[in-house]
Design a protein around this ligand. Structure first.
Ligand SMILES: O=C(O)c1ccccc1N[C@@H]1O[C@H](COP(=O)(O)O)[C@@H](O)[C@H]1O
Length: 206
């Protein structure tokens, strides 16, 4: 993961095909995400393993989970060969400690709400602030409330698109962004042109 303060980290999530992965990598994504939870984007560990083999080392491979049992998370993450685990449910501290000990980078997803989480308080490496329903394509009020304290590593997600990502960055100043629905032609089906447009817009090259 790049630690450069002027580099915007961009994760493209919910990839299911070789074309999705190749497009995201060629467009300059820093991370690609594979969903292992109930979702139109869900893939199995064997498919993810095949896709991960196409991903160069400088791009982080992330598995997305939501309240699956810890042994299942470990087993799927191992078989898929992903390097990071993103947890979206009410997973306890034991998940973070166990998976950190196993060598995975941990991303903790939290819905934006009344209490502002702090990056690292569960042992995670990265915090992700999302809409209440993950993967719904619904945005939250990025500009309307408090953001994590400056200097924290956090990703903004929820309803981002090539058209609104610049405004979201200007309003919330996250360390990085994460998108799924906003780069799809239909629910669960990625659009290569939208993936490329999102990367260009996020990096200010539109
Ligand atoms: O994408 C899903 O279906 C999903 C399912 C379960 C947990 C997380 C999921 N996706 C995450 O949601 C955001 C992106 O949301 P959006 O579609 O761009 O609004 C991202 O963190 C995904 O990893």
């Amino acid at each position: 993961m790049s630690d450069s303060s002027d580099h915007l980290f961009v994760k493209i999530c919910g990839l299911k095909t070789e074309r999705d992965v190749d497009t995201a990598v060629e467009a300059g994504a820093d991370a690609v995400g594979f969903v292992f939870s109930a979702s139109p984007r869900r893939i199995d560990a064997a498919t993810a393993a095949r896709l991960c083999r196409r991903v160069p080392d400088h791009v982080l491979t992330v598995g997305v989970f939501r309240d699956e049992p810890l042994p299942e998370v470990r087993s799927v993450a191992t078989e898929a060969g992903i390097r990071a685990v993103q947890l979206h449910g009410s997973e306890g501290r034991e998940y973070y400690d166990d998976l950190t000990a196993g060598g995975w980078t941990l991303i903790r997803a939290a819905a934006y709400g009344d209490t502002m989480p702090r990056c690292g308080e569960m042992g995670e490496d990265l915090l992700l602030l999302d809409a209440p329903v993950p993967g719904s394509g619904v945005a939250w009020d990025w500009a309307g409330g408090p953001a994590p304290a400056p200097g924290q590593k956090w990703l903004l997600a929820g309803g981002l698109t090539p058209d609104n990502v610049r405004a979201a960055l200007d309003a919330a100043h996250p360390w990085g962004v994460d998108v799924s629905s906003g780069v799809e032609q239909s629910r669960g089906v990625k659009d290569p042109a939208l993936i490329t447009a999102f990367l260009k817009a996020a990096r200010g090259r539109s």
